[in-house]
Structures are given as structure tokens and as C-alpha cells.
Design a protein. Structure first.
Length: 435
């Protein structure tokens, strides 16, 4: 899946410093306006940005400052008033840092929704209070659960247009709860908001005294995500071998370290680990972070490991616990989202798979079914996957991969497929099992 952005990590027992969340929903549900409101009310935009948005809003004859323009950066988006690409925005409060992925609502941009949600800790599904639950709302909720996003927030927007009516909100809550019972939702929260006026976005709204929950930003600041990461299964894909060869520095003359990003578990100096594929065991002697040695490392920290023994280790190898290893497999089953209009996926298609730090050639052995994300119907007669379509496939890889089920570890369970001729990413996948 999409590579994780660097994060400032804290101890696993503490609240994580960084929250990634994606917004999704139907067209015109107000996703971009909501993000603009969060940026504006948390004072995370510059004066010249605000002046530009105010000027554009006036030129377009709009009654209010259109905060959606803060995120709809593409000219085509501004002209049509829609979101096309995934727009990433950053802001911070004293409690947390945030990375927002503003994903499109249109069905033809399903691949963008998958990209934005693949690394998200939380997804916000916006629902227009006037329209209720639409097909696109259901589709995005399903995609969020398919991608194993741990936390779901259903923001019932535009409450100002229904006179802040409690019964309208409760009807949507009941309908969405009934639909979500068919999905694997682990944590779901409902918030009635008005992104345009700021009701329940950053501050509690006086217009909805019947709502007893917290504001949206308060929930984002306090939702517990530290336990979402897999701190049990040690997984360290080796990205790079570091050999400074500094003959003038005795500390670096014989330095040999293995750099990468921790994908799971907790690593400490003195821990016994196993190297895959060799199966040889050794002990960690030192863990170096960007600012020097550290006492422990855990996801998503990027560190360099040093070992007691000289083992032939290279990029694409995996470090794990001797009694807790990932599956070693060349035949895998997976759910994939096809992302290119230039070709279709068919049985016998030959591609390149990129899984953690390992790259190999792969053959599509079988297409089991194409999934209708609107009805959840499985079309077992399908013989191809086209742009934005999702299906289950069996793959044969030319060399073993060190994998976990996606539900157990999103980093070692996710991958991308690449067209070898063009080097374009053509699919994102989630491993569901091995053979």
C-alpha cells in the first residue's frame, strides 16, 4: 500500500503524536468545507491563503467565505466544485499532529479513496443531513472497513439546513448503524455538524443542545490509536545496509547496520531475533535512531539495527522473532483494487509486486470474483478487472514473500502491483491468505 509518512513516535503506552485520517462521502457532502473549517478554526492557515480564498469567494458571488477552496487545489476541482485527486493537508493542535487525506466522492475515483485510506488511522464518512445515507456513503464505509481503518466517524453534515432537527440526525444514525452491522466495524462514532458554520466541528454547538457528545476535533484529538498498531508480532523489513567505512573514525570503521521501518512489534537491545530467509538467529546489540541510540523501537519508527553476528542480510529480507515468524509464501490470495485505465487485470497477467521492501515478478493465477462495492455482490463469472474495480485473486510470486494477513498487520499484509513495461502502479492489494 501507500508508503507511510515519517512520524514522530512515542512510547506505545502513550497517545500517538500523529493521527492520519481520511475524509470520504458523496459528492457535495462538504468534505472539503469540513477540512477548510478544521484548518481555519485551528488557526492552521496563513493570512495570504485566507485572503486568496476570500477574494475567490467574492469573485464567484458566494455569500460565505468558501473554505473548501483551501483543499480543492486543482483548477479542475475549483471549476467543478468537486474533489478529484487525493489532497493531503497538515495541521496541529497542542494535543496532536494531523495528516488529512481529502478523498473524492465520485465512483470513478474509487482508486483515490483506496490510496487515501490505506494508511489512515481513522475515516470520516460525511452524510448530507438532507439526503441521508446514499450509495456513495455505503461504498466509502465499505472501502474503509475493507482497508481495515480502525476507527470510523460518521459526520452528519449540513444540520443547519434541516434546522438542527434531532429526529433527522437520529434517523440517519439508525439507518447507518443497520448498514454497518453487515461490515467489520470495530469503532464507530456519530457527530452532527455544520461545516459551513462550524457547529460541533471545533467547538460544541449551542444550536444542538440535545447532542451530548464531543466536537469532531475533540474526538480526533482523543481517539486512542496507540493500540491499533501490532505491538506483538515483530516485523522489520530491511531497507538498506549501512556501511560507512570511515577509516578515520574507530566507531564507524567496522560499523554494519541494517536500516528500515519497524512494521510491527517492539525491538530492544539484547532481543533474540531471526533473519529470513536464512533462518539464522542472532541478538540485537544496538538500535540507532535519527538522533542516536534508542532503548526500544516500534512501529512506525525508522531505525538501524546492529547485530551480534555477521549474517548475510540485504534489502528485502525480514527480521522477526524466532518463535513468531511471518508466513513465507509464493502463492497468496488477495483482494485488490485495480487502478489503471490503460489495461485490465486478467488471469495470466504478468506484473511486478512490491511488498514491504521486497520486489519480485508475479503471475495472476486466478480471478475468483469481482466485488460490487455498492451491493457487496460477488460476480464469480467476471473474467477481468477494470479501472476502480475490486476483486479477489490468487497470485504466484517468483520468490518467497514474508507476509501476514492484512487484518493482522496492514504493512506486511499490503502490497502494490506495478506494470513492468511502464513502471506505473496498477493495483493495491490486501493479503487474505497463503497456500
Amino acid at each position: 500500500m501507500a508508503a507511510n509518512e515519517p512520524a514522530q513516535a512515542q512510547h506505545p503506552g502513550k497517545s500517538m503524536d500523529l493521527l492520519r485520517f481520511a475524509t470520504a462521502g458523496s459528492v457535495d457532502d462538504g468534505k472539503s468545507t469540513l477540512i477548510g473549517r478544521l484548518l481555519f478554526d485551528s488557526k492552521s492557515i496563513f493570512e495570504d491563503q485566507l485572503e486568496s480564498v476570500e477574494r475567490t469567494s467574492t469573485e464567484r458571488g458566494e455569500e460565505y467565505t468558501n473554505l473548501a477552496l483551501l483543499t480543492d487545489g486543482l483548477r479542475a476541482e475549483r471549476e467543478q466544485g468537486i474533489t478529484i485527486d487525493v489532497a493531503y493537508r497538515y495541521f496541529a493542535t497542542p494535543r496532536r499532529k494531523f495528516i488529512i487525506a481529502d478523498t473524492p466522492g465520485h465512483i470513478q475515483y474509487t482508486r483515490n479513496m483506496v490510496t487515501g485510506a490505506s494508511t489512515a488511522d481513522l475515516a470520516i464518512i460525511l452524510v448530507d443531513a438532507r439526503k441521508g445515507i446514499l450509495e456513495q456513503s455505503r461504498r466509502h464505509a465499505f472501502l474503509a472497513t475493507l482497508l481495515q481503518v480502525p476507527h470510523l466517524v460518521v459526520a452528519v453534515n449540513k444540520m443547519d439546513l434541516v434546522d438542527y432537527d434531532r429526529s433527522v440526525y437520529e434517523r440517519i444514525v439508525d439507518e447507518f448503524t443497520a448498514f454497518a452491522s453487515k461490515l467489520a466495524v470495530t469503532d464507530m462514532t456519530f457527530v452532527p455538524i455544520s461545516a459551513l458554520h462550524g457547529d460541533n466541528v471545533v467547538e460544541r454547538s449551542v444550536n444542538m443542545p440535545w447532542y451530548e457528545g464531543s466536537s469532531l476535533l475533540h474526538h480526533l484529538e482523543h481517539v486512542h490509536i496507540a493500540s491499533d498498531r501490532n505491538l506483538i508480532d515483530v516485523r522489520f523489513p530491511v531497507q538498506y545496509v549501512i556501511r560507512p567505512h570511515a577509516s578515520t573514525d574507530p566507531d564507524l570503521h567496522d560499523y554494519r547496520g541494517y536500516a528500515g521501518q519497524v512494521a510491527g512489534g517492539v525491538l530492544k537491545p539484547g532481543d533474540e531475533v531471526v533473519h529470513l530467509p536464512s533462518g539464522l538467529t542472532t541478538r540485537i546489540t544496538q538500535i540507532d535512531g535519527p538522533r542516536g541510540p534508542v532503548d526500544e523501537a516500534f512501529a512506525p519508527m525508522s531505525v538501524t539495527l546492529r547485530f551480534a553476528d555477521d549474517i548475510d542480510i540485504s534489502r528485502g529480507d525480514m527480521i522477526a522473532r524466532p518463535n513468531n515468524r511471518p508466513e513465507v509464501a509464493q502463492d497468496i490470495d488477495a483482494m485488490i483494487c485495480w487502478m489503471t485505465p490503460d489495461r485490465t487485470l486478467t488471469p495470466r497477467s504478468k506484473l511486478v509486486i512490491k511488498h514491504t521492501t521486497r520486489t519480485a515478478k508475479v503471475l495472476v493465477k486466478d480471478l475468483h470474483y469481482r466485488l460490487d462495492v455498492n451491493t457487496l455482490h460477488r460476480d464469480e463469472q467476471a473474467d477481468a478487472l477494470g479501472l476502480n474495480e475490486i476483486g479477489r485473486v490468487s497470485l504466484r510470486v517468483t520468490q518467497p514473500l514474508f507476509v501476514d494477513d492484512y487484518g493482522r498487520n496492514r504493512l506486511t499484509g499490503g502490497f502494490i502491483l506495478v506494470d513492468e513495461a511502464t513502471n506505473n502502479t496498477v493495483a493495491a492489494g490486501m493479503i487474505t491468505g497463503v497456500k
